[in-house]
Write a protein that binds this ligand. Structure first.
Ligand SMILES: *Cc1c(COP(=O)(O)O)cnc(C)c1O
Length: 387
């Protein structure tokens, strides 16, 4: 197996495996010319709602739109506060800011990278209306605590499930739910690198609440239920039929995709445990992990050099995410930060995501482990003698 072709995500390899089926599905849409809201889109909504076991599933244009539509459907008003994790992709905070809501950034857990419920509690003010629980890198947030906290404070919960579709969470009473189906609204992205991916942009919202589902549908369709009669100010956000056709094929293989990534992650865990200086990602017992990312933590003085050393051996790596949301220039006068964010600030300097995808083989995983350990030990001895 070639070691000079390792990628963070192997879209080509996965496409080749399903090419015939996907080509036929795409050709079917083209022949039908039902490009917008065609049968493929309706089928996908049905298929995904069945997979997630949730009654209402509304496809939309992308995961960022899904977050904005969710905030609009909940009727949040300018000045309302929305709690978000400070260690996160930009989308949730951006959607809140666009609607003139106030994003409130709170710190995360140092080992799972997910929002820390203890920090949420301290950030709640009389203006707080919602919590956005982002299931980061492939596993669920501690939803039992978050939902209880939301209930006792009268807050909505939006789950940003762009990265963890297919993961499950077990409640203390034994109930098992899929991520994206536990809060008021779950949002999804099907961007090409996500765990369920199309060949362009795509997204969706899920809810158990029929009224909310109607509002979501209306908002995503120019605020209309009947064509040309606009009840509210909405937007235009649609999943197109070609993307839905791709998703219908891939959805059938979701659990097998997750299993392939979990195998890679377990290989990494075995390879790295016991190595001082490399912190492996932790999983909470209540959640399964689908490993959208495999993210280690290394010394902040070593990270950049390690990335260079790996690159020289044809191993790509990425930093998700280099800057806390609270440090983004765009949000300087918008975001509220009730408490310091030491965990997020440290993570931004120490996290490193390694290649993980559905096409990786054991030899590649072993090669990467060997190179990470070798590079790490030579770098750490170099840095310690310099001091
Ligand atoms: C990718 C992503 C989004 C946004 O999805 P798009 O489809 O690219 O708009 C939102 N939240 C998280 C956590 C993401 O990773």
């Amino acid at each position: 197996m070639a070691f000079d072709t390792i990628q963070m995500v192997d879209l080509q390899g996965q496409h080749h495996r399903f090419q015939e089926e996907i080509d036929a599905a795409l050709q079917g849409v083209i022949n039908s010319t039902a490009f917008i809201n065609g049968p493929a889109v309706k089928d996908f909504a049905t298929n995904l709602s069945r997979y997630l076991d949730i009654p209402h599933l509304i496809p939309c244009g992308n995961g960022t739109d899904a977050l904005q539509i969710a905030l609009m459907a909940l009727g949040l008003q300018p000045g309302d506060e929305v709690i978000v994790p400070a260690f996160n992709y930009i989308a949730a905070t951006e959607a809140a800011a666009l609607l003139r809501l106030t994003p409130v950034a709170v710190d995360v857990d140092p080992y799972t990278f997910n929002i820390d419920p203890a920090k949420i509690e301290k950030a709640i003010s009389p203006k707080t209306k919602a919590i956005i629980a982002v299931h980061l890198f492939g596993q669920a947030c501690p939803m039992d605590t978050i939902l209880q906290m939301a209930r006792s404070n009268g807050l909505y919960v939006i789950e940003d499930n762009a990265q963890s579709i297919g993961a499950t969470y077990t409640f203390p009473d034994g109930t098992v739910k899929k991520t994206g189906t536990m809060g008021d609204i779950g949002t999804f992205s099907f961007f090409p690198s996500k765990p369920l991916a199309c060949y362009g942009d795509g997204g969706a919202l899920a809810t158990t609440n029929k009224e909310l589902a109607q509002k979501i549908r209306m908002i995503a369709s120019h605020g209309q239920q009947v064509k040309y009669y606009h009840k509210v100010v909405g937007c235009n956000s649609r999943l197109d039929s070609l993307q839905a056709a791709v998703l219908n094929v891939k959805l059938n293989h979701m659990d097998e995709f997750a299993a392939a990534r979990v195998k890679v992650a377990h290989g990494y865990n075995n390879g790295f445990t016991g190595h001082k200086g490399i912190i492996t990602p932790q999983q909470i017992p209540e959640s399964t992990h689908i490993y959208h990312q495999y993210t280690i933590q290394v010394g902040e003085n070593i990270r950049t050099a390690l990335q260079h050393a790996l690159k020289a051996k044809s191993i790509p790596s990425m930093v998700y995410y280099p800057v806390p949301l609270s440090g983004q220039e765009a949000f300087r006068n918008i975001i509220r930060i009730p408490e310091e964010l030491p965990v997020t600030e440290k993570l931004c300097k120490t996290v490193l995501s390694l290649p993980i995808h559905t096409e990786m083989d054991t030899l590649q995983v072993e090669y990467i482990i060997r190179q990470v350990l070798e590079s790490y030990s030579s770098l750490s001895s170099k840095f310690s003698t310099e001091k």
